[in-house]
Design a protein around this ligand. Structure first.
Ligand code: PRP
Length: 191
């Protein structure tokens, strides 16, 4: 895509700015400090904190958050699959055998970019608990409480947002805009 095409696509789809790059950075650093504090006497090199993310939206937040954790950590992903179980219109792969074994008797931090209805979170945490972890804590950058249909417990929340469609910093619209450094409302959702 040339620069002109890129600009017109951005103008067409990107609505009002919700969080700047600096605001996101400050929030990620704050979350990182809090999580480090909470797990510093728990996570060890023998038993690192297990971090689990669901692809793909969490990728950017997770990459930044991990680097704010002054703790031993191990990283695993749950992928979207064409098979697997259907949850709210998506299908997720089963947890890999290696991941299942790694979780046993360990503290797990499940990280999300956004919790909307809560279906994904509810489903994945249930799958994680089946592997007998010591604990499962949840961290999400964004939380849309107004859309929630599941009763779920989120330990760490970056920002509470209104029920609008948001893009950027990993979040997509038709698979695009994940690479924006900021978070905006999708223009179509403002009209
Ligand atoms: C988003 C987000 C969460 C899920 C939350 O993923 O990353 O995993 O939706 O929605 P829920 O609370 O209503 O279940 P999405 O399906 O957009 O896929 P992506 O991460 O690949 O963009």
């Amino acid at each position: 895509m040339d620069t002109q095409q890129e600009i017109s696509l951005l103008e067409k789809e990107v609505g009002s700015l919700l969080f700047t790059e600096a605001e996101i950075k400050a929030k990620v650093e704050e979350l990182g400090r809090t999580i480090t504090q909470d797990f510093k006497h728990i996570a060890t090199t023998e038993k690192p904190l297990i971090i689990v993310g669901v692809l793909k939206g969490v990728l950017i937040f997770l990459a930044d958050l991990m680097r704010e954790l002054d703790l031993p950590v191990e990283l695993y992903f749950v992928d979207v699959s064409s098979g697997g179980n259907q949850v709210g219109g998506r299908r997720y792969s089963e947890l890999s055998t290696r991941m299942g074994e790694a979780i046993q008797d360990r503290h797990v931090l499940f990280v999300e970019d956004i919790v909307d209805e809560g279906l994904t979170l509810s489903y994945i945490t249930r799958m994680l608990w089946q592997k007998n972890p010591t604990s499962v804590s949840v961290c999400t950058l964004l939380s849309k409480e107004a859309k929630r249909i599941m009763d779920i417990d989120i330990r760490y929340i970056g920002f509470h947002i209104d029920p609008v469609y948001v893009i950027g910093y990993g979040l997509d619209y038709k698979e695009q805009f994940r690479n924006l450094r900021y978070i905006s409302v999708l223009k179509a959702d403002e009209e």
